[in-house]
Design a protein around this ligand. Sequence first.
Ligand code: AKB
Length: 322
Amino acid sequence: MSDTILVIGACGQIGTELTLQLRKKYGKDAVIASDIREGNEELMHSGKFEFLDATDKNAIETIIDKYQINQVYLMAAMLSVVAEKFPDKAWNLNMNSLFNVLNLAKEKKIEKVFWPSSIAVFGNSTPKNKTPQETITEPSTVYGISKISGERWCAYYHDKFGVDVKSVRYPGIISWKANPGGGTTDYAVEIFYEALKNHHYNCFLSENTRLPMMYIDDAIKATIDLMEKDRLPQFTSYNIAATDFTPKEIASAIKKEITDFTIDYKPDFRQEIADSWPNSIDDTKARTHWNWKPDFNLQKMTLEMLTNLKLKFDREVQNLDV
Ligand code: AKB
């Protein structure tokens, strides 16, 4: 039987490009997008879309039956900054959506699950540089607590009930098609918008805050490559790394292209979250288990972001003129 895929949370930053790439690969009819809200035009017009609340198990099951879904990518989540403001809602969304999907897999309604974890599983007691795959995971954020709990639940369902669930720990993701929503690493996307529009950025993190980061194309490649691997003997939420940089370093990469770009640093409450996360990640296990390898470093990503955002802004102006 051929695969039919449901992406839950398809309108978010990663969900949007994941859905588009899956449609390109498997055909538009094989990939159903779903979310609680509508997405951008490209996503909405490139295949089928269903409104879906990820905390409603019956609603997920109805869509699974309707389209004979056998794979689910569960991308719906409340990220680190918003989760600190709404801890109960974050716990409800991040955990119950996962239970719903894991239980549907346990009941053999679906065969394969992808669930994203994050570098937020690490905390102040974790080694900061080249953070290993297996290490201390004592997160200090609501989001991080939900992610480390989710990892343990995935391992539990994998071992006890034979559920085929796969996962990576995403670093900060940089993209231009859909905006990130409510994360600590969002500054590394905002900076490009502000650089092009105002030639200036007020950064909410301090200049030397180093964080692990990745361009969206690498994140999508890692996700799909891992899902295409055969069942793994052990559940692991894999560390994946591409690059790491500070606000000062990304600002100077942008300055090479936009010479009058300036930046000010006004750290706020998000600094504490960033300070609890690693500077860089050791992803040896992903590299050896399934040949993970990134394509984008800071400068290549910077050029890609500026080129694509310029084209996007031009298209927006042209549409306004029509
Ligand atoms: C966040 O900043 O909350 C996310 C993440 C690192 O998982 N981008």
